[in-house]
Design a protein around this ligand. Structure first.
Ligand code: RRO
Length: 305
């Protein structure tokens, strides 16, 4: 029996392997999340939850483009209040749960952090990077002051590990990450989707009802890798890589660039939930064949000269 283990630790959160789903993909119920865990995910991430239930934007909210998908779902979710029992169901089965949430005010961020903590979540992921709600002012992406206040407020409201999910839609992703780190974040999830647009030439109109959406999938991967690379060189807290992981090799690329764990989103639509097993087996094979003993051995290795 090999001594090799895929287990990782993220700011005190111990996981059996470094994979999770990305927030928003198959995270709308405990049933879906349980299925992800049973398929091999190391932890599961809820759909981003708000204070009130939301239906999201009218259709079309998703369009397949070359190299990925553009979505403008508009934060549909059943509310954090409703999700409390879903989290409790997952915790009754010892499933590690990362609760993703968003709000439009500091007061709501604080409220959500405390009810999700009380529900039993293992970690919080602050979504301050949704590309699809700018007009409603929940979009904190390039706003340093809000990022500082939100991180600080959530940090004070919860003793759980706090991850801050950042947007790639900024000139310098390190700035936001440093603000989050200085204000108590335990990790950075990099990245959310990249602002994008698709056009229907017959209708001569943008396809999505919201016009602009967020690009995910293979086309996002090189951008996400670049962000993880820059973050690893500039912050101390762990990085969770997200953006275009479709095969085990992609996961290894993220680990080598400095991610301590990875999230898979869009590829679950094409490859199904079996992908977690394939990715974990691929990482294990790679570690074995190259003489490494664990995931930690390769985190950031591509930075070594
Ligand atoms: O629901 C969405 O429109 C959405 C969210 Br909350 C997000 O964080 N990222 C994204 O691409 N879509």
């Amino acid at each position: 029996m090999s001594q090799l283990s895929l287990a990782v630790e993220l700011a005190g959160l111990g996981l059996r392997n470094p994979t999770m789903n990305a927030a928003g993909v198959l995270g709308m119920s405990s049933y879906q999340l349980k299925r992800l865990y049973e398929s091999g995910a190391g932890a599961v991430v809820t759909k981003s939850l708000g204070r009130q239930p939301r239906n999201g934007h009218p259709n079309p909210t998703i369009v397949f483009v070359e190299g990925g998908v553009i979505n403008s779902m508009g934060l549909p979710n059943p509310s954090a209040e409703y999700f409390r029992d879903e989290i409790k169901r997952l915790k009754a089965e010892n499933i590690p749960v990362v609760a993703s949430f968003f709000a439009a005010s500091i007061e709501d961020f604080t409220y959500l952090a405390s009810i999700l903590t009380d529900a039993g979540a293992d970690a919080l992921e602050i979504n301050c990077s949704c590309p699809n709600v700018g007009r409603e002012k929940c979009m904190l992406e390039a706003d340093r002051e809000s990022l500082e206040k939100v991180t600080k407020a959530v940090r004070e409201a919860s003793s759980l590990p706090v991850f801050v999910k950042l947007t790639p839609n900024v000139a310098n992703i390190v700035e936001g990450a440093k603000i989050a780190e200085e204000n108590g974040a335990d990790g950075i999830t990099a990245v959310n989707t990249l602002k994008a647009l698709a056009v229907d030439i017959d209708l001569r109109k943008p396809i999505l009802s919201n016009i602009i959406g967020g690009l995910s999938g293979p086309a996002l991967k090189p951008v996400a890798l670049r962000c993880v690379w820059e973050l690893f060189e500039n912050i101390e807290i762990p990085i969770i890589g997200c953006g275009g992981v479709s095969y085990w090799r992609d996961a290894v690329e993220f680990l080598l660039c400095g991610a301590s764990a990875i999230q898979i989103g869009t590829a679950l639509m094409d490859h199904g939930v079996e992908l977690f097993k394939e990715v974990n087996e691929g990482i294990r094979r790679y570690l074995e064949e190259n003489g490494f003993r664990g995931v930690k051995d390769i985190v950031g290795l591509a930075h070594e000269t």
